[in-house]
Design a protein. Structure first.
Length: 125
C-alpha cells in the first residue's frame, strides 16, 4: 500500500490526537515529508514519536491530559505501540492513581508489572 500517494495520509491519527494537541497540521506535514523518504514505513512509529515529543514539551501533565493520553494508547490500533504509550504514562510521577487501577485490571502483563513495582514498598528488592 502506497500511503505516500495519499495526500490525506494521517498515520492513524484520530481527531482526538489533534484535539489534545499531540499532533498538528504542521507536524503532520513534516511526517509526510519523512514518509516520502521511505526510511520508515511504520505509521505507528510516527504516532509514538508525536506522543514522545508531546511528553517532552508538556510535562508535568495534568491528570486530565494523562488520562486522555493513556486512553489514546488503549485505543490505538497497534496494540504494542499503544501499550508502550500507556506504560510511559504509568511511569510518570504525576500519573493519576485511577490509571493504576485501570492498568491493574487491563490484563496487559507489562502494565500490571509497572503497577506492582510502583506499589512495592521502598527498600524491598
Amino acid at each position: 500500500m502506497n500511503l505516500s500517494a495519499d495526500p490525506g495520509h494521517s498515520f492513524g491519527f484520530t481527531e482526538r490526537w489533534f484535539t489534545l494537541g499531540v499532533v498538528s497540521d504542521e507536524l503532520l506535514s513534516e511526517m509526510r515529508r519523512k514518509w516520502d523518504t521511505g526510511d520508515d514505513p511504520n505509521p505507528e512509529h510516527y504516532r509514538y514519536g508525536a506522543f514522545q515529543e508531546y511528553l517532552t514539551k508538556r510535562r508535568p501533565l495534568s491528570p486530565e491530559v494523562a488520562i486522555s493520553l493513556y486512553e489514546l494508547g488503549d485505543t490505538d490500533p497497534d496494540e504494542s505501540m499503544g501499550g508502550a504509550m500507556m506504560a510511559d504514562i504509568l511511569r510518570l510521577p504525576e500519573c493519576p492513581p485511577n490509571l493504576f487501577d485501570a492498568a491493574a485490571e487491563s490484563g496487559r502483563k507489562h502494565l500490571v508489572r509497572i503497577v506492582e513495582r510502583r506499589n512495592k514498598p521502598k527498600g524491598q528488592g
